[in-house]
Design a protein around this ligand. Structure first.
Ligand SMILES: [Zn+2]
Length: 199
């Protein structure tokens, strides 16, 4: 389950981040803390219940790792390799994610809501019952993926590929879709009509 320790700084109600007794804003040496996080992520293969929000991470090889009940909310990831990873009930909401590789991976109940996702790859993945609501996504592909019951409600998608995908019960209502390809996918089984949002 999730760690719910509260920041020890006087009057602060934020959750404490992994490896510290304060939230990130009250960590004394953020540079050193970021190095500790990078080392921890690089040296382990499986993570459960960790909370590391507001962190900036770049140029990391995080491939082949398992994340369950992990929260990286409000963080920034650039040029990170999450290839062949497994994510279960984990949070990447309100993040800025650029040039990251999530291909050949398995996602279940994972939340990317409110994030900006540019130039990323989610291809050949299983992305089940996950949440991309309210995102801004550009130049990103899901080609060859199973997206069963995943949601892109009220999201802006620009140059996004959903080719050769399973789109059964995928929700795209209230979105702005520009240059989105559904070639060889069952888009007729996805929901686009605002009237059906209540279903
Ligand atoms: Zn704090």
């Amino acid at each position: 389950m999730f760690s719910q320790h509260i920041c020890s700084s006087n009057g602060c109600n934020e959750r404490a981040v992994w490896g510290a007794d304060t939230c990130l804003a009250h960590v004394r040496d953020i540079e050193q803390y970021t190095e500790n996080v990078k080392e921890f992520l690089a040296q382990n293969t499986s993570f459960s219940g960790i909370h590391i929000s507001n962190i900036t991470l770049s140029d990391l090889d995080l491939s082949g790792k398992k994340y369950s009940y992990c929260s990286f909310s409000h963080s920034s990831f650039s040029n990170c390799n999450f290839n062949n990873c497994s994510m279960y009930l984990s949070f990447f909401d309100s993040c800025r994610i650029k040039q990251c590789n999530f291909a050949d991976s398995s996602f279940r109940w994972t939340v990317f809501a409110g994030s900006l996702i540019h130039d990323c790859r989610f291809g050949d993945s299983s992305v089940l019952r996950s949440n991309f609501n309210g995102i801004e996504m550009k130049n990103t592909i899901f080609n060859g993926s199973d997206l069963y019951s995943t949601r892109f409600i009220d999201s802006r998608l620009d140059n996004v590929g959903f080719e050769n995908c399973n789109l059964l019960r995928v929700h795209y209502e209230f979105g702005e879709l520009d240059d989105v390809s559904f070639r060889n996918s069952n888009a007729e089984e996805a929901f686009f009509d605002k009237e059906r949002i209540e279903e």
